[in-house]
Design a protein around this ligand. Structure first.
Ligand code: COA
Length: 257
C-alpha cells in the first residue's frame, strides 16, 4: 500500500516506517496515525525481522501530536484521539519483531511516546526529546504515563511530565531514554547495522524473547493505559487546554488559569 504522509521501505528483511510530513515537523494527524497503523500491519504481515521508525527531513523525528488539530477537540473527540494514538503505540509495542526508533530530531509529546513504544532507541546527537504536554494544558495521552517510568525510573519520569522538560540527546541517554547517541551523519548507518544484526538472529526465538520481556508490565500497564486514556480525554475542553493550544497555534506564550 502507499500513503500520503507515511512511507514503508524495505532493505531485505528490515522494514523502515518514515513519518513524512516535514512541513509540520512530522506532527501526527488522524490520516498519518491511520497510515502508521496500516504500515505496521503490512510490515508484520510481510514478516519483517526488524522495524525501524523514523521521521522525514533533518529536523524532526515526530514533533508530537498535531496541536492545530487538537485545539478544539471535545472530551469525546479527545477520547477517540487518545484511542487512535494508543492503538498505534500498542501496535509498535506488540510488533512481532524488534522495533527501533531512529530519533533524528525533535521528539516531543506524541513523538516521544512513539519512540518509547519501540523496543530500542538510537538518537542523533542533535535530537531533543520530551513529554511537553503539560505546557498545552493536557497530559501525555499515548502511553507515556505508563511506559516512561519503566524506562527512566519514577523520579525522572515525574520531572519530565510535570515540567515538560526538553532533554538533549546526551541527557536523554544518561536518563536511560536512548541506548545509543551517534553523530547526525552516522544515524542511518548505525540504525541499519543494529537492525541487520537483529534480523540475522533466529526469528522464532527473537519473537519469544520480545513477548517474554513485554509480559513484565502487562497486567498493571493495561489498567494504567486505560486510566491514562480517560484522564487525557477529560482535559479537552478545559480552559487551560484551549489556552495552551491556541497560544501555540497563534505563536504566543500561554496564560494559564
Ligand atoms: N503540531 C502541529 N504543528 C506543528 C507541531 C505540532 N506538534 N510542531 C510543529 N508544528 C508546525 C508549526 O506550527 C510550523 O508550521 P507553519 O510553518 O505552518 O507555521 C512548522 O511545524 C514548523 O514549526 P516551528 O515552530 O515554526 O519550528 P521551530 O524550529 O521554530 O520549532 C519546535 C520547532 C519543535 C521546537 C516547535 O515547533 C514546538 O515546540 N512544537 C510543539 C512541540 C510540542 O509541544 N509537541 C507536543 C504535542 S503533544
Amino acid at each position: 500500500m502507499s500513503w500520503e504522509t507515511v512511507r514503508l521501505d524495505w532493505d531485505e528483511d528490515v522494514a523502515t516506517l518514515t513519518v513524512d510530513r516535514p512541513d509540520a515537523l512530522n506532527a501526527l494527524n488522524v490520516a498519518t496515525l491511520e497510515a502508521m497503523g496500516e504500515a505496521i500491519t503490512e510490515a508484520a504481515d510481510e514478516d519483517a525481522r526488524a522495524l525501524v521508525v523514523t521521521g522525514a527531513g533533518d529536523d524532526a523525528f515526530i514533533a508530537g501530536a498535531d496541536i492545530a488539530y487538537m485545539q478544539d477537540l471535545s472530551t469525546t473527540e479527545g477520547q477517540e484521539w487518545g484511542e487512535l494514538g494508543h492503538d498505534v503505540a500498542d501496535a509498535l509495542e506488540a510488533f512481532p519483531a524488534p522495533t527501533i526508533a531512529a530519533v533524528n530530531g525533535y521528539a516531543f509529546g506524541g513523538g516521544c511516546e512513539m519512540a518509547i513504544a519501540c523496543d530500542l532507541r538510537v538518537a542523533a546527537e542533535s535530537a531533543v526529546i520530551g513529554n511537553t504536554e503539560i505546557d498545552l494544558g493536557i497530559i501525555p495521552g499515548w502511553g507515556a504515563t505508563q511506559r516512561l517510568p519503566e524506562l527512566v525510573g519514577d523520579e525522572t519520569a515525574r520531572r519530565m511530565i510535570f515540567l515538560g522538560e526538553r532533554l538533549d540527546a546526551e541527557s536523554a541517554a544518561q536518563a536511560g531514554l536512548f541506548g545509543e547517541v551517534v553523530s547526525d551523519e552516522d544515524l542511518e548507518d548505525a540504525v541499519s547495522e543494529l537492525a541487520s544484526r537483529i534480523a540475522e538472529k533466529p526469528a522464532v526465538a527473537m519473537r519469544a524473547a520480545k513477548q517474554a520481556l513485554n509480559q513484565r508490565s502487562e497486567g498493571s500497564q493495561t489498567s494504567g493505559l486505560a486510566y491514562e486514556q480517560r484522564a487525557f480525554a477529560s482535559l479537552f475542553g478545559t480552559p487551560d487546554q484551549r489556552e495552551g493550544m491556541s497560544a501555540f497555534v497563534e505563536g504566543r506564550e500561554p496564560e494559564f488559569e
